[in-house]
Design a protein around this ligand. Sequence first.
Ligand code: FAD
Length: 395
Amino acid sequence: MPGTLTMGAEKVYETIILGGGAAGLMTAAQLDDPSAALLIEGNAQLGAKLLVSGGGKCNITNVSVSPEDYVSDAAFVTSALRAFGSEALIAWLRQRGLEPVIRKEGQYFCPESARQIVALLEKASREIARKTSCKILGIERMESGWRVKTSCGRFETKRVVVATGGISFPRLGATDIGYRIAESVGHTIVPPRPALVGLTLQREQAFFKELSGLSTSVEITVAEKTISGNLLFAHKGISGPAVLDASLFWQKGRITIDWVPGFDWEMFRGSKKQISTLLPVPRRMAKAFLKHLEIEDKAAKQLHSDEIARLRSLNAYEMAPAGTFGYSKAEVTRGGVSVAEIDPETMESTLARGLYFVGEVLDVASRLGGYNLQWAFSSSFVCSRACSRRKNPLH
Ligand SMILES: Cc1cc2nc3c(=O)[nH]c(=O)nc-3n(C[C@H](O)[C@H](O)[C@H](O)COP(=O)(O)OP(=O)(O)OC[C@H]3O[C@@H](n4cnc5c(N)ncnc54)[C@H](O)[C@@H]3O)c2cc1C
């Protein structure tokens, strides 16, 4: 194998990439000397999460991506986004025959199916050796590099790129191996938690259950951030884009929901129409909230001032979610390997030479809209460039 050293009977790879998701595949695709590298993936198939992302069409990135879009250290994410931002990513994909399309709110998707981007990444990284259906168990530092322990043997390498993602969606192969590898060399792990996930309810919101399936436009305020979008009443709690985005900032405690953002109460007060037809929410929902507020569904102009005051609480409904739907439903993991110990120009550990972290395994997360995949691709790009430049990772 060109570029691969042989010590005794064992090959020594230039680079071993752990994880064949978005970040691992992009790292592989950008290496100058892929024939000297190995990619290891636990699933039989590469890019399992990519295939289900964006409802099967993969929301690849966004027209506008900036460091402020991320829950992380903005200074840390800046260099990777500058080096390979959304324009560069789109140009790179176009050069390889994929023409992403903007579907909504600046979000780029695959034109037909997420399979298209997985096929493109597989093709772009085809020269790299692969071991699939192979569980990564850990790494060991050696005098001149690293030994990777897996369910299909041990492999030696000069450098290791950890692209094993977060711990969301274990059914698609997610494990905590990236965190364990990081901890084994002394890295700090920012406590992980599920994000972009639905929220479960306390007893006071038991009446939401009967609204399951309804969707309405809301504004949610959490941790001093206000998020607009749709909320979906789900069987287990509340979900939908606004709730998923809010979950990124929620840890414990109260959130405030404006069920009728911008509603004109003055116009409403003088109306002869029934309250449930005037409120800009599904009728079944209006009736349930009226019952909860102990207000009869009558002509709006018949409302007493104390009833109006109670109704106006719909602009600032406070509730404390009981928890989240958990990792099995969370689109991302917030937290992970602390970026304080990673070089933002290369994604290399500042604690262990020759060890790199890319993608969601790092403490970088964002809202819906293509930002999480953009991060996976940007961080992988700078890592690959650094690996290709530095022939000897130990110097
Ligand atoms: C349902 C869903 C929809 C999403 N939609 C979007 C979207 O449209 N746009 C967007 O920007 N983001 C989306 N995301 C988030 C996005 O998919 C992730 O942020 C991104 O895939 C992270 O890339 P990664 O390569 O870091 O991790 P992953 O894609 O998770 O890849 C990590 C890989 O490592 C492998 N691995 C882990 N542990 C081991 C082990 N011990 N041994 C061997 N292999 C291992 C895994 O099998 C996996 O293939 C979505 C996520 C989900 C779950």
